[in-house]
Design a protein around this ligand. Sequence first.
Ligand code: ZN
Ligand code: ZN
Length: 344
Amino acid sequence: MTTVDPHAPVISIRERYRDMVSDRWPVTVAPQPEELLSSWLHRLAYANGVAPRAFARVLGLNPGMWSAALDLRLPADVANLLSANTGIAHNQLAAMTLSHDLPRELLLPLRNNGRQWSSTWLQFCSRCLAEGAQPYFRRRWRLATRLSCIEHGCRLRDRCPSCLGCIAVFDQAELVPQHYCVACGYDLRRAPVPYLSPTARTLDRCIDNFCSLEATAHAPFGPLLVRRLLSMPSAAGGYYSTMMLTSLSTSARTYCAEHLSRPSEWPVDDENDRKARRLWRLVPPTSDHCAWIELLANALGRKAGLPGASEVKKPGKKIPYLLGAYARMSPGPGCRLPPELIGT
Ligand SMILES: [Zn+2]
Ligand SMILES: [Zn+2]
C-alpha cells in the first residue's frame, strides 16, 4: 500500500496553489469612489483578519499614524508590496493618496491629540458611513476647507460624539471595522448630525467647487486664494481670529464660516438690495474658475472690494454678495436658501 509507483504522474498542485494564492493575501477589497488610501488599508487589514495596528508590521512600517502618513506619500516599495498582494494597480493606489489633486497647504495636519478647538487629521459624515455597505472615509474629508458632505449637505464631524476622541483607526489593536471609535467603541454611523446653516453650506460648496490643486496652481490668484483661505479665521473675526484655518476643529471652522456668510452681516435696505442685484449680474459664470478664484480671494481679503461695492470694506460683508450670486447660478441638489440670500 505504501509502494510508490515510479511511473505515476507528478501532481504539481503545490506549485499551482502557490501561483494562485500565496502571492496574494486571501481577501482583496475594491477601492470605493473617492476613498482615502488609509481607509482602504484599514478595510483590507480587517478583511484579512489583521488589526490595523498589526498591519503596519505587515507593510514593514513603524506604528503610530502609519496609514495617514501613506495618504501623503506612498513609497514605491510599499506600493509594490500592496499591488503584488492585492492585484490593485499602481495607478489605483496613487489615486487614493492626497498627492495629485488637492492643495496640500489646505490639508488638516496629522494630529492625533490636542485641545477641543484644535483640528484633528480626519473628518467624517455619519450618513455616508451609515449608508454604505462598506463604510469608508473620503479623501476630501482631509481638507480644512471642507465642512459639509457634498452628498448629504450635513456638517462633518472630526470627533467621536461619545468620548470626543479623534479618528485613530491606525492604532486599532482589535479586529473591529473602522467605523467604530478606537477609544470607546462608539458606532460612528450613529453620530448625530450637527447644525450647519444653508448660507455656510453654500460657502463650503463654493470653496470646494473652485479649490482644486489644478485650479489654484494655474489661476493667477490661486496662491492668494489659498493664503486667504488659511486666514479665514482672521477675516471672520471673533474668538479664533489669530488662528490658522488648518489648526481649528470642524466646529471652530464652522463658527468662522457662519460669521463670514451670515446675510445679516450686511445692510439689507432697498438701496443696498439693488446694488447686490446689480453685482449678481456682473459676476462671471461658475464655469469661469479663474474669475471666481479672484473674486473669492478678494472677498476674503481686508481691503479689496467688488466692483461698485467699494463701500463694503470689511471682510465678511462681501462674501454674502458672492454667495447670493453663486447660489443663483449653482443651487445644488436639494439646496434651499433663505430669501434674503437668493434675492428674489
Ligand atoms: Zn454624507
Ligand atoms: Zn469614542
